[in-house]
Design a protein around this ligand. Structure first.
Ligand code: ADP
Ligand code: MG
Length: 350
């Protein structure tokens, strides 16, 4: 008898909510996806406002290229994207931050999601779409400026187990702050602001360079302790990295958390043991144990030497040759520190 089995297909709703947990772990993951969408939409202004660490509400407003009504309806469906056509685009190295086409759908299946958008094409009005627990519940014309506003309310209201898993407001907000900070530093030409419970946490001008963004985000003390790193291939040891650039702090300006190591590969915020070990190796004994500098460092790497098609929640990247990357980063940061007289000489390493 073919029916005599306990194995059955899950209904769509259940599948969606389980999948949602993989992409959206906490408010900061929703913030990350929304900010990435704004940057991919070529915004010059991205305003993030959250309440109670993002557990009550998240609002991301941009002045990017916006969406038509048809775009909005398509955008909240599963696996819909305007960013890639197929696998070839992935292999050749996508430069957009998103490409999986699942963020809006997923966030909307575990929250009450409202999107207002008006395209830049001269449309007179925009559209407001409401998506609740996985269903489009309303689509109406709306007066709004060009660009997009996404509001996420009551995240995980229909997945109580996950809701219970959320940490304190302070912890959830710390994660949100870190995500928005990384994008603000990587995009000094975009005005990025962050508001928590109606208090402005930081705002970059969108008109400065990396140094100006560091000043807006971390304040004067840290900004004044930063020195530039700018090393191209010909001055790096052999390895996949084409260039290393950014800012690193004087050894005396350090913290007890890795949180201030902001590292990027091809403009994507990543963590990598190889990059971190390279940085820490350069500082050597100048830093006490468990002390970390402020670092905002950008690596350019040919797309074939690094895998970007990683799980959305994982920011860890792997290189073909981790050892070479570690040596290259070490050398780039060391030469910047040496140039500024910030290193005691050290024994050469192999
Ligand atoms: P992905 O970013 O992987 O394409 P998303 O679910 O995050 O998938 O978004 C689906 C689509 O909706 C995007 O490909 C884009 O066309 C559109 N979109 C999302 N957010 C915005 C935004 N802020 N401005 C303009 N278009 C957007
Ligand atoms: Mg996206």
């Amino acid at each position: 008898m073919t029916d005599d089995t306990d194995i059955h297909e899950l209904d769509e709703d259940t599948v969606a909510r389980i999948a949602a947990g993989e992409v959206v772990e906490r408010p900061a993951s929703a913030v990350k996806e929304l900010v990435e969408n704004s940057l991919d939409a070529d915004a010059s202004r991205v305003e993030v406002a959250v309440e109670e660490g993002g557990t009550e509400s998240i609002r991301v407003a941009d002045d990017g290229h916006g969406m038509t009504e048809a775009d909005l309806r398509a955008a909240v469906r599963q696996h819909t994207t305007s960013k890639i056509e197929g696998l070839e685009d992935l292999e050749s190295g996508v430069r957009t931050l998103g490409f999986r086409g699942e963020a809006l759908h997923t966030i909307g299946s575990v929250s009450r999601l409202t999107i207002r958008s008006r395209p830049r094409d001269g449309s007179e009005a925009g559209t407001e779409l409401v998506y609740e627990g996985g269903d489009v519940t309303s689509v109406e014309p709306a007066g709004c400026p060009e660009g997009t506003v996404v509001e996420v309310e009551d995240l995980f209201y229909n997945t109580p187990a996950r809701r219970k898993f959320l940490k304190t407001t302070a912890t959830e907000f710390a994660h949100v702050n870190r995500v928005v900070t990384r994008y603000a530093l990587a995009n000094p030409d975009v005005a990025v602001s962050l508001v928590h419970d109606s208090r402005e946490v930081f705002a970059t001008t969108g008109q400065g360079d990396l140094q100006a963004a560091v000043l807006s985000v971390y304040g004067r003390e840290v900004a004044s302790a930063m020195i530039p790193v700018e090393v191209d291939e010909e001055d790096l040891p052999p390895g996949p990295v084409d260039s290393v650039s950014g800012l690193v702090s004087h050894p005396e300006t350090n913290r007890s958390s890795r949180e201030y190591l902001a590292t990027y590969v091809n403009d994507r915020a990543v963590t990598s043991d190889a990059i971190r070990e390279g940085i820490m190796g350069a500082y050597g004994t100048q830093l006490g144990s468990d002390r970390y500098p402020f670092v905002t460092l950008f690596l350019e790497v040919p797309s074939e030497a690094v895998d970007v098609n990683v799980h959305p929640r994982k920011r860890e990247v792997r290189f073909d040759d981790d050892d070479a990357v570690r040596r290259q980063v070490d050398s780039a940061v060391e030469s910047a520190l040496l140039e500024h007289g910030l290193l005691r000489s050290r024994a050469p390493r192999g």
